[in-house]
Design a protein around this ligand. Structure first.
Ligand code: UT7
Length: 430
């Protein structure tokens, strides 16, 4: 593993400076599930703590569209344009396709023209793994701004006739913008682990190279989530406390230093047992699984978003996020919260951003056309017509961004970046 203290010595810290959330509108209650499988609201509430979940019923709403919506909000809060994002990491267990990566679709949707993009497959631990990777990219100087997204449409890979699984999961996305800063704090340490011998306990068996899709795999439901709930439960109640202790030790902290734990929102009983093991008081544990069910990689960033919304996090607080999932994987991170939790965006900036997203969409459409036409239609200079139009759109978008920066300086020349708790700005030299 990486020497955490060594990374700090470079003086590049990774702070979460933006956050966003997207969930489908359709609420599905436990009572509705009583109509399709042999279950009851009472069983679901008492065994899991879940009251309802959000389901993407519109086929046009996908993992990528939810991810892009959450990402746009995170950029809004961070107050940076999509063109300044260096890397997009989408943690997901329900990607749009095996390839290309869902992160590439997000890159196109938000117009992050300078970003690399890849998917991260570590199941429900994926978002916290993503934070660990983002911290590494920033600490090593390879990136300034990294979007880390957890996004799922698990409803599309759920067997709605299997009561063991269909009552548990929900759809949604959460995103954060992790930014480089010379100000100490931010992501202090991460713990990422795996026990591959438990791979069969929670699995989507078919559709990969081991079990390619056939009529039989479809007929026998092998393209749906299969889970040994009891075994995963035993693993989860052990590993959540263990991963928390390990990450605290890496960050030279103790359980008493924690202001808030944001655990993976899988099951109320798993959270309760794990937090009791840690002797953490109830008020230091955030829960919202009653509203969303288990949204896998999206559960922690959605919970983080709502914790911020409810004023449960303040600058200088120590936050631990910890999760477990298929693999079997686990991950924890300890964060010294670095930025103000209330952000205002002017109407002017919001409309600039929305125009910029409109241009990104137009650019994407022209590029798609260009891929189809190849070099069939060319300008007088020999450039592909679609590419020429795309370049023009990109110029307009850049113009919008520079107008935005000028406008910002005109209104508030001192405010360049959200200020950090010690009063410095995130762009100050150390
Ligand atoms: O992100 C990671 C994802 N996975 C998890 O977090 C899963 C971890 N596991 C769990 O959360 C729990 O094991 C479950 C909630 C899945 C199940 O709770 P449990 O207390 O472990 O129940 P169980 O599997 O021991 O089943 C108890 C009974 C069984 O009936 P019998 O065999 O005792 O007659 C099940 O068939 O409950 C039955 N059952 C249900 N009954 C009503 C299972 N699912 C349901 C249901 N409604 N939806």
């Amino acid at each position: 593993m990486v020497d955490e203290s060594g990374i700090m010595a470079f003086g590049r810290y990774a702070h979460i400076v933006g956050w966003g959330k997207a969930v489908p509108n359709r609420v599905v209650t436990n009572h509705e599930l009583e109509q399709i499988v042999d279950t009851s609201d009472e069983w679901i509430r008492s065994r899991t703590g879940i009251h309802q979940r959000r389901i993407a019923v519109d086929p046009a709403e996908t993992t990528a569209t939810l991810a892009a919506k959450a990402a746009r909000e995170a950029l809004e809060v961070a107050d940076i344009p999509a063109s300044k994002v260096d890397m997009i990491i989408v943690a997901t267990s329900s990607p749009e396709h095996t390839f290309p990566a869902t992160a590439c679709a997000v890159q196109d949707m938000i117009g992050a023209v300078n970003a690399g993009a890849f998917d991260l497959s570590a199941a429900c631990s994926g978002f916290v793994y993503g934070l660990g990777v983002a911290k590494g990219l920033i600490a090593s100087g390879q990136a300034e701004n990294v979007l880390v997204i957890g996004a799922e449409t698990l409803s599309r890979i759920t067997d709605w006739s299997d009561r063991n699984t269909c009552v548990l999961f929900g759809d949604g996305a959460g995103a954060v913008l992790v930014q480089s800063s010379p100000v100490p704090g931010g992501i202090l340490a991460t713990e990422m682990g795996c026990d591959g011998s438990g791979g069969d306990l929670l699995i989507l068996p078919a559709g990969g190279s081991k079990m390619p899709a056939t009529l039989e795999t479809v007929a026998s439901g092998q393209h749906f989530i299969k889970m040994n709930g009891r075994a995963v439960y035993r693993f989860a109640t052990r590993i959540m406390a263990e991963a928390t202790r390990r990450v605290l030790s890496k960050a030279n902290l103790t359980v008493d230093d924690i202001d808030l734990v944001i655990p993976h929102q899988a099951n109320e009983r798993i959270i309760a047992v794990s937090m009791r093991n840690l002797k953490l008081p109830e008020e230091k544990v955030f829960r919202n699984l009653q509203y969303y069910g288990n949204t896998s990689t999206a559960s922690i960033p959605i919970a983080l978003y709502e914790a911020l919304e409810q004023d449960r996090i303040k600058p200088n607080d120590t936050i631990v996020m910890v999760g477990f999932g298929a693999g079997l994987t686990w991950a924890g991170t300890a964060i010294k919260w670095g930025v103000p939790t209330e952000k205002e965006t002017s109407l002017w900036r919001a409309s600039q951003r929305s125009a910029s997203y409109g241009l990104a969409k137009a650019r994407s459409q022209w590029l798609r056309l260009s891929h189809l036409l190849g070099s069939n239609l060319v300008t007088e200079d020999g450039e592909s017509l679609a590419q020429a139009l795309s370049n023009r759109l990109e110029d307009w978008r850049k113009q919008l961004e520079s107008d935005e920066e000028e406008e910002e300086q005109r209104h508030d020349p001192k405010q360049e970046k959200p200020s950090l708790p010690n009063g410095t700005s995130s762009s100050d030299e150390s």
